[in-house]
Write a protein that binds this ligand. Structure first.
Ligand code: FIX
Ligand code: ZN
Length: 415
């Protein structure tokens, strides 16, 4: 049954509200990883985005902040960013969205009361509540074998939770080879710092071993603005001689997250990373030179977005995803989603949450869905205005593509 023009926003709203979401990049963990899973109001309030924001309002020396307990940092952030100033930033607004969504009353501003609520929750039940509230089908974790607390869990080979799929994160291999090669050596791979054919073959063996162990949806790395290929940097050589062949052999895409300038302000630690414009030529070179490989790409600089969409139009082996990190703000999500839909139709994944705290799944998706819903409604209205017709089932189909369907289809493709 065709939808009437005046009903399109209601139909899109319902489809976006109800869609089961694939969240293809997060930093949350299933219960095998115990305390690595962050959740509850104090972990929400001490999110590194809010650490950066609170330090703008304080003349406290950075090392004094780092000496504080999580609870004291949380009290400081609550006081400065929620009580002494209205919580109008995206990250502060997100805390309010979570409190409301789990049934608490934000107008009470009762931080101790909120703490009591979360303390009364059992983590496994709370995971179910968050996934249900946020309509999450499954998330993809970020799993780094170079992080000892994670590695020791993977080695145990315990059964995981099907709602938490893995991603093999390999930043240290690519951007810290002079130190990470020593770890590979320790783990039994016959490598030296010099990148020889033997070293590439052992790096491929390391990657294959971890793909067999983790069964990752993709391999991923965060790469700096100056990332360039072709070049004789260790990063470029390892990607072309090891990542690319292993990615093709196992049909495990390589996700490049490009443009993070690590520790621009080292005193802020995890909150100290910033952004830089990267070189789209590198993305196009890889897609052109390796047409049978699949690349998931997100870039951090707003200035890279339009050219990334054009690159994706040229290369079907590029799947663009997410409004990453400093782009995950409604005004920018709107702009980026519009230019992507106008040039790629539905063949992209508009968003991932990047959630570091379980509860953030609720707010990051609530806020993004509101924007994506508006963009899609406008695009449908344009074509209905010119005489096109559309059914409720077709809207549901399109929305499912945007919230994971296209990503899953890309994973299955062999070019
Ligand atoms: O490299 C990444 O996965 C980034 O998303 C993180 O390093 C970053 O801290 C983050 O969580 C941004 O949202
Ligand atoms: Zn991330």
């Amino acid at each position: 049954m065709n939808i009437k023009k005046e009903e399109i926003s209601k139909v899109v709203k319902k489809a976006v509200e109800e869609v089961q979401i694939v969240d293809l990049h997060t930093h949350i963990f299933d219960l095998r990883f115990k305390d690595l899973l962050l959740w509850g109001v104090d972990d929400l309030l001490t999110y590194h985005y809010l650490i950066a924001e609170v330090m703008r309002l304080s003349d406290m020396p950075y090392d004094e902040l780092w000496k504080m307990s999580v609870k004291d940092q949380s009290n400081l952030i609550w006081k400065k960013l929620f009580i002494e100033n209205s919580p109008v930033s995206e990250a502060t607004r997100g805390v309010i969205t979570v409190l409301k969504s789990v049934g608490l009353d934000p107008s009470k501003r009762d931080l101790e009361g909120y703490r009591k609520f979360f303390a009364s929750k059992k983590v496994d039940e709370y995971i179910d509540l968050v996934f249900k509230t946020a309509h999450i089908k499954y998330v993809v974790m970020t799993n780094d074998p170079f992080v000892e607390d994670e590695r020791k869990i993977w080695i145990k080979n315990e059964k995981g939770d099907a709602r938490f799929k893995s991603a093999l994160r390999i930043d240290p291999l690519l951007v810290k080879w002079p130190s990470s090669y020593l770890k590979l050596k320790e783990w039994g791979y016959d490598v030296e710092e010099k990148l020889t054919e033997k070293a590439f073959s052992e790096i491929k063996r390391f990657l294959s071993d971890w793909i067999d162990r983790m069964n990752p949806v993709y391999m991923a790395a965060s790469l700096p603005p100056e990332f360039k290929i072709p070049s004789d940097t260790e990063t470029a050589l390892i990607i072309e001689n090891a990542i690319i062949p292993v990615s093709y052999e196992h049909n495990v895409p390589f996700a490049m997250m490009i443009g993070a300038k690590k520790l621009s302000n080292p005193q802020l630690k995890l909150a100290g990373d910033s952004v830089g414009k990267a070189d789209i030529n590198t993305v196009e070179y890889l897609a052109r030179m390796y047409p049978h490989n699949k690349f998931l790409i997100t870039m951090l600089s707003r200035e890279n977005q339009h050219e990334l969409v054009v690159a994706a139009r040229k290369f079907r082996n590029i799947h663009v995803f997410g409004c990453w990190w400093f782009l995950n703000n409604p005004s920018v999500v709107d702009e980026i989603t519009r230019e992507r839909m106008e040039m790629l139709g539905l063949s992209f994944t508009p968003q991932h949450s990047d959630a570091r705290v379980l509860d953030q799944l609720i707010y990051k998706w609530d806020h993004s869905k509101k924007v994506i819903e508006k963009v899609l409604t406008d695009k449908y209205s344009d074509i209905l205005e010119d005489g096109w017709v559309i059914t409720e089932e077709e809207v549901k189909r399109d929305v499912e593509k945007l919230f994971g369907g296209e990503f899953e289809a890309f994973l299955k493709r062999r070019f």
